[in-house]
Design a protein around this ligand. Structure first.
Ligand code: FES
Ligand code: FE
Length: 447
């Protein structure tokens, strides 16, 4: 009954507010959504040489990502097969093997158990080490340097899952020779929010910018036009993904071509992109979107310092790692074109810090709003599943009013405006589709 009601509401562009705070819903999401979708783990540039490793999370599963001697990327559950503690406690580093801090079992970069402390004396010759190797993450996939893992052994291949997002990823990640590189380590901080709210904020909601980030307009780092950033295209992609290709104004032409990347790099873009991709990149000033369920990204340009007039582009990736129905750990990576001049990279990092880094002005604006959504969604009225208080949220923007723009050069269903809830509605539909997989709505089974 509950899922039936959810479906009816979602199909008419509404979202019952209780799904943002309900603990049972959260548990169901962990299993049906995070246990089955592709989760971003790391960028290849974080593991430049054999022996490099990073430790990450797929929500509650600790993950150890390694680069083996032969240069292959592997990912394991970061839990020793002896008693289960984290095998590796460091965030990143370079090592030939990992020795467990509890009893000293040692595993190599391929996950093989290669040493057992006092092995022969305490287990005897008959111990079969090969039965106690690290447990691999069931699936891993790499696209344009982005490494993903999936806990579902039957998951569709990463490239199928990304679908047409690949076309946009090619612009963002493969426009220059050598691709992108991560600078520094991913920054982490915790916000009070439901993960759906943070995901949606990046993937689907340019509308909030005109109000939440009004100070950015006042500071002159965003166009003053009140309709900004509604200009451009909101693109609905398969499997709940979406992207907003934002332009400066209604002309669709950018005052700073190629997002302010140095002119010396433009011929490189021409070489690496198709003419459609190139056109889009020349004219867009922001790309902001998401890979369902919880990978957000923004390609943004801003002046790095007060008083500086040049703008510097960067690509920020972030994982919204759920820590509960009302808590998210944000993981935020700064990436920049490997081929960009060193000085540009440094300025670009400052531009990131001032805008979407943990101390950036655009970041702080959002965090407060999200916390208040979490608070308001936890009360008795918003939490009511019978919807007696009309506790549904409005996702009606553009519904049955805006038609797709057939002339848009990129794949997906592109609407000629970014103030739109089309991507949100798509996210909700896919979210529900995953939740009800293997459930019988007819029987009214919720858990
Ligand atoms: Fe790792 Fe005992 S838990 S060696
Ligand atoms: Fe925002």
């Amino acid at each position: 009954k509950t899922l039936q009601m959810l479906r009816e509401k979602i199909e008419s562009g509404l979202l019952p507010q209780w799904v943002l705070s309900d603990p049972d819903m959260y548990e169901l999401e962990l299993e049906k959504i995070f246990g089955r979708t592709w989760q971003f783990l790391a960028h290849e540039s974080e593991l430049p040489e054999p022996g490099c490793f990073v430790t990450r999370w797929i929500v509650n599963d600790p993950v150890l990502v390694t680069k083996t001697k032969s240069g292959e990327i592997k990912a394991f559950l970061n839990s020793c097969t002896h008693r289960g503690t984290h095998l590796c406690a460091a965030d990143y580093g370079k090592q030939k093997s990992f020795t467990c801090p509890y009893h000293g079992w040692t595993f190599n970069l391929e996950g093989k158990l290669i040493g057992v402390a006092l092995g022969d004396k305490v287990y005897g010759e008959e111990m079969k080490k090969e039965e106690w190797d690290l447990r691999p993450i069931p699936k891993i996939g790499v696209y344009q340097g982005m490494i993903f893992g999936n806990l579902d052994p039957d998951a569709m291949p990463l490239e199928d899952y990304l679908g047409n997002m690949k076309w946009y990823f090619d612009i963002l990640l493969a426009r220059s020779d050598g691709g992108m590189e991560v600078k520094g380590v991913p920054q982490r901080w915790v916000v009070q929010a439901n993960w759906k709210v943070t995901s949606e904020n990046f993937e689907a909601d340019p509308y909030h910018v005109q109000m939440t980030h009004r100070s950015a307009k006042e500071l002159g780092i965003a166009p003053k036009d009140p309709f900004f950033p509604g200009y451009g295209h909101q693109v609905v992609l398969e499997n709940g993904h979406g992207i907003n290709v934002i332009t400066a104004d209604a002309t669709g032409r950018s005052p700073f071509p190629f997002q302010g990347m140095p002119e010396s790099m433009w011929p490189m873009f021409e070489r690496n992109l198709t003419s459609e991709q190139l056109e889009l990149m020349r004219n867009a000033i922001v790309f902001v979107g998401g890979v369902f369920p919880n990978l957000g990204f923004i390609s943004f340009s801003a002046p790095p310092l007060e008083g500086e007039t040049n703008i510097y582009n960067y690509l920020n990736f972030r994982v919204w790692r759920p820590l509960g129905p009302d808590k998210v750990e944000v993981w935020s990576w700064f990436t920049i074109d490997k081929a960009a001049p060193e000085e540009y990279k440094e300025k670009s990092y400052l531009s990131y810090l001032g805008t979407f880094g943990p101390s950036g002005i655009l970041e702080q604006d959002d965090a407060e709003i999200w916390a208040r959504i979490a608070q308001a969604s936890g009360g008795l009225m918003a939490r009511d599943k019978e919807l007696s208080y009309n506790n549904v949220l409005n996702y009606l923007m553009g519904l049955d009013r805006v038609e797709p723009d057939e002339t848009f050069p990129g794949p997906g269903v592109a609407y000629p405006i970014c103030f739109l809830d089309a991507v949100s509605r798509n996210m909700h539909k896919y979210w529900l589709e995953l939740l009800i997989k293997d459930h019988s709505i007819a029987e009214g089974v919720y858990r």
